[in-house]
Write a protein that binds this ligand. Structure first.
Ligand code: THU
Length: 142
């Protein structure tokens, strides 16, 4: 799939997934759509918790759902987010993945091949490699 097709497929799926976000504390809805190399799409949303710490980000919800189904090879993930009233995220409206989610991506995804696709409230899009988002990531063994 070329980059344009990837964007056109995954980004709307991520906005759709954001509708399921459970966000009674922050009100910030995040959606993710993860494409496996086998061609399956796994949605994810953020799921908050009254104890705050157990909150799961949309990206990890998608990745863990896929891994739980036996998938371990991924092509790209789209991530979008905004407040429930439509207020955009900081960072010019791009919902950049947090550090924890970047590290989880690094566990399964190739740094130069895996793409993180983003769209802001103005419809501007970005495609970043995992290495661009997580340079010099931790490596346990070469
Ligand atoms: N959040 C995500 O879902 N993904 C990220 O990469 C960063 C933050 C969620 C967690 C929390 O529910 C809300 O956004 C506000 O931090």
């Amino acid at each position: 799939m070329d980059r344009q097709k990837l964007m056109d497929t995954l980004i709307p799926a991520a906005w759709e997934a954001a509708k399921n976000a459970y966000v009674p504390y922050s009100g910030f809805r995040v959606g993710a759509a993860l494409l496996t190399k086998s061609g399956k799409l796994y949605p994810g949303c953020n799921i908050e918790n009254s104890a705050y710490g157990p909150t799961n980000c949309a990206e990890r919800t998608a990745i863990f759902s896929a891994v739980a189904q036996g998938e371990r090879e991924f092509t790209a993930i789209a991530v979008v987010g905004q407040f429930a009233d439509g207020t955009p995220a900081g960072g010019e409206g791009f919902a950049y993945p947090c550090g924890v989610c970047r590290q989880v991506m690094a566990e399964f995804c190739h740094p130069d091949e895996f793409l993180v696709l983003l769209e802001n409230h103005q419809g501007e899009r970005k495609a970043l490699t995992l290495r661009e988002l997580l340079p010099y990531g931790f490596v346990l063994r070469d």
